[in-house]
Structure formats: C-alpha cells, structure tokens
Design a protein around this ligand. Structure first.
Ligand code: ADP
Ligand code: MG
Length: 267
C-alpha cells in the first residue's frame, strides 16, 4: 500500500514543487514506484516533469470533480520513471466547484483508492494556500513533508500550518502526521539561517530531516529543461541532497530495506 505524503506549506517559493519533483525522481532512483500528483493550478510540477500543461485533455481537475478516474488521467513522465497526475490552470476553478459537492474535502482520497496498491509512494505537490485543494491533499495523505526556508518569518508561518494540521486531524483524517520538516535553499554561511535551523530542531526534534537541501543552481535550472535535476546532473549537490532525502524517508518506512545507496549506484 502506498505511503501518501503531502508536500505542503502555505507560503509560496519555499521549494514545495522542487521537492516534489526531485523527491519523486529520487525515490524512483532508489527503486520505489512513485505517483506524483500536481495539486497546484500553476502546474509547475507538471511542467517540471516534462509534461506540457497546455496540451492536456484531462487533469487532476476532472478527478476531483468525479468525471475521470486516476487511471484515465495519469501519465508517465516523459523520462518514463514515475507517474504523474498533471494539473493546469483549469484546476483553479475546482476551488469553487467543489464547494457544493458531497465529501468535498476527501475527493482526492477516495479517487486514490483505485491505485494505491500500485505505488510505494504517492507525493502530492500542494498549492501555496490553505484552501480546499490543499485540504484535499491533507485528507488524502498520511503525513506531510514541510519544505521551509530558514528565514525570519518561517516559524510564524509554521505555527499556522501546524494548527491547520491539527484541525484536519480532528475533523477529517485522524492519522495525519508530520513526516518531516525539510530545510531548503540552505546556506550554512548565513547566521540567521543557522539560528532558525537551531530553533526548528529545538521545537521539532527528530521530525526535522537530517538531510538539508542546499541552494543549488542545478535545482533552479532543471525545470527549464522539463526534467528533474537528477536526470540533468546526477552529481550536483542539489541532486545528491534529494537522493539523501529519499534514502532517509525510505529508511523510516522500510527500516529493513537494502542499502538504497548501493542500489542507486548500480543503476
Ligand atoms: P514552491 O513550490 O514552494 O512555490 P518552488 O519549488 O517552485 O517553490 O521554488 C521556488 C523557486 O526557488 C523556484 O524558482 C525554484 O527553482 C527555486 N529553488 C527551489 N529550491 C531551490 C534550491 N535548493 N536551490 C536553488 N533554487 C531553488
Ligand atoms: Mg509550487
């Protein structure tokens, strides 16, 4: 049964999509079957996976509204290595159209039942808002991955998110947990970043991933090629960091699993 993880933070530009796309590629590289769901009308995870969001007949929008199934809508990323449930701007309309539908918060969860045995991980790239789309992501997930930049207002935003998670847990999804907090675009020479990172570890302990994602130009430029950075430059620091994150996550869920490190080097 797939582990369903929502990559979420209501703040934009913190690395949600970069994390979703590169973690999808990295989990595949350590031999896991992955479905990536783009739940953001901006369609960045779709484009970043090499799928042209302007050319799509069906997207996650139809899945949420119930007029298509996940099986009908999913595509292989052009690299062929993970599956993608794509999105484009049409999804912005779902926010309003869902309001009057039954089970509006849990429609993604219901739709995923059909495929959850086919994957080891289902990753959901959430939009930068605490809206009904994000709520569908949080209701479908068993845990959240929270990418964050270690800057001044980060902890404040985090407490809003933690409160939302508590509410979702109380009303819709009692099992929802924080899988981990991921420090992104990290610059160890920045003293403020170090301080925020220390505070984060004080509050959240081992729920802060050991893996830190550095600021890295390969991660920033990969979307312009429409591929995860791993397929573009597998030795870059950014790529290696996301591979390390994939191993850290896999080890949490499958502690007995073989050395993914070695598996990766064999590919
Ligand atoms: P979000 O999905 O949270 O809005 P993105 O993943 O789109 O954030 O990242 C915002 C911007 O920062 C993008 O231009 C992306 O390429 C860039 N970026 C993200 N992570 C990194 C990183 N580790 N190093 C350099 N640039 C990054
Ligand atoms: Mg995004």
């Amino acid at each position: 049964m797939a582990k369903i993880l929502a990559v979420t933070n209501q703040k934009g530009g913190v690395g949600k999509t970069t994390t979703s796309v590169n973690l999808a590629a990295s989990l595949e590289a350590v031999k896991r079957r992955v479905l990536l769901i783009d739940l953001d009308p901006q369609g960045n995870a779709t484009m970043g996976s090499g799928v042209d969001k302007g050319q799509l007949e069906h997207t996650v929008y139809q899945v949420l509204l119930g007029s298509a199934s996940v099986v009908d809508v999913r595509v292989s990323s052009p690299s062929g290595k993970y599956d993608l449930l794509p999105a484009n701007r049409e999804l912005a309309g779902a926010e309003i159209e869902l309001i009057d539908l039954p089970g509006r918060e849990t429609r993604l969860r219901e739709a995923l039942r059909e495929v959850e045995r086919e994957y080891d991980f289902i990753l959901i790239d959430c939009p930068p808002a605490l809206n009904l789309l994000t709520l569908n992501g949080l209701c479908a997930a068993e845990a959240v991955v929270i990418p964050m930049q270690c800057e001044y207002y980060a902890l404040e935003g985090l407490s809003d998110l933690v409160n939302t998670i508590k509410k979702v847990r109380a009303h819709f999804n009692s099992k929802l947990e924080i899988e981990g907090l991921l420090r992104t675009m990290f610059d160890p020479r920045n003293i403020l970043a170090q301080q925020v990172s220390d505070q984060l570890q004080q509050y959240f302990g081992d729920r802060v991933y050991r893996t830190v994602i550095p600021r890295n130009v390969r991660l920033a430029e990969a979307p312009s090629f429409g591929i995860p950075a791993l397929y573009h430059d597998r030795l870059s620091k950014g790529t290696q960091a996301y591979l390390a994150l994939a191993r850290e996550i896999v080890t949490r869920y499958f502690p007995e699993s073989a050395m993914p490190d070695q598996q990766y080097q064999q590919t």
